[in-house]
Write a protein that binds this ligand. Structure first.
Ligand SMILES: Cc1cc2nc3c(=O)[nH]c(=O)nc-3n(C[C@H](O)[C@H](O)[C@H](O)COP(=O)(O)O)c2cc1C
Length: 136
């Protein structure tokens, strides 16, 4: 199993409708595929964590990398994991959090896995909270 985390910028042509379509597609497709994680959308940035089987995540990431709806992708984490870190988040369903969503649920989840001493989660928590700090 592996987790990949990246950050990217909206492409200039991206409109509200495209984002709505993307959110719907991503949540549904990842649920069907058993991929867990989160997609945060703030300040014209995407920040995504994807977790799943190695091959599945590598194939997906190579598609995402080529997607013209965003640009300037920077992969910030690509690591082996023992199991899904987000399997208990949002009933195990992939979630997209946009600027209108409440991020309290995510923060509560993070403090819960921190208490559980889930070492593999620490880096993901740090990356996510840093992203949110700069994109409140
Ligand atoms: C910011 C961003 C995040 C995306 N995240 C996912 C994702 O988590 N899962 C997914 O299946 N597609 C995601 N996509 C869409 C993929 O780039 C691609 O369009 C899609 O996987 C096409 O799948 P198909 O070729 O199997 O139809 C994302 C696209 C963007 C721009």
């Amino acid at each position: 199993m592996k987790a990949i985390c990246y950050i990217s910028n909206f492409s200039d042509s991206l409109r509200k409708n495209d984002i709505d379509d993307l959110i719907q597609f991503v949540n549904l497709r990842n649920k069907e595929q058993g991929i867990t994680g989160v997609l945060l959308i703030r300040n014209k940035y995407f920040f995504q964590i994807l977790e799943g089987e190695d091959e599945q995540i590598d194939i997906l990431y190579s598609k995402i990398e080529k997607d013209t709806r965003h640009k300037s992708l920077v992969k910030i984490l690509d690591t082996k994991i023992e199991g899904h870190i987000f399997n208990a988040y949002n009933s195990g369903e992939f979630e997209t959090i946009d600027s209108y969503s409440d991020i309290k649920k995510l923060m509560t989840y993070f403090s819960w896995i921190k208490n559980a001493d889930y070492l593999e989660a620490d880096e993901l928590i740090l990356l996510t909270t840093n992203f949110l700090k700069y994109n409140p």
